[in-house]
Design a protein around this ligand. Structure first.
Ligand code: CMP
Length: 137
């Protein structure tokens, strides 16, 4: 099915100047960019985004990191966009992220891992609403 997904280049990816490389990968794959913005997330948005991790020991560190500088928030659309984007991102654990994937090419740590992508249709809808509100109606 044609899906929309929320992808976000994290502050480490923006600092590393790999926005263009990452956007290019999704364009080449055949996805359509529906919206994008460079922004510094508020603590409120960051905490809501990571609400499912609120009980984890690394929650504070996660919110500190994601608000530490600009992120590049994006909505992409295409066939099976949610799962295919996750495959292109690579695994969260550095030891498992394959070369050729975004994390496998650019990241070596579990916390500073360059990119976020929605993990389900429900997450995608929630995250697009949270980060873009009515902007993409
Ligand atoms: P992401 O997939 O965007 O969503 C949850 C994030 O939590 C994940 O990326 C990692 O960046 C982060 N994370 C997961 N496990 C750990 C951990 N053990 N320590 C720090 N951050 C973590």
């Amino acid at each position: 099915a044609i899906e929309k997904t929320f992808l976000m280049i994290k502050p480490d990816g923006v600092k590393r100047q790999v926005i263009g490389d990452i956007v290019n990968r999704f364009e080449r794959r055949g996805f359509e960019l529906k919206g994008a913005k460079l922004m510094v997330a508020s603590r409120e948005v960051a905490e809501a985004h990571y609400a499912e991790h609120a009980d984890k020991p690394f929650f504070g560190e996660l919110v500190d990191f994601i608000t530490s500088g600009p992120v590049f928030a994006m909505v992409w659309e295409g066939e099976s966009a949610i799962s295919l984007a996750r495959t292109m991102m690579g695994a969260t654990k550095p030891a498992d992220s394959q070369p050729g994937t975004i994390r496998g090419d650019f990241a070596t740590t579990i916390s500073e891992n360059i990119i976020h992508g929605s993990d389900s249709a429900e997450s995608a809808e929630r995250e697009i609403g949270l980060w873009f509100g009515g902007e993409l109606a």
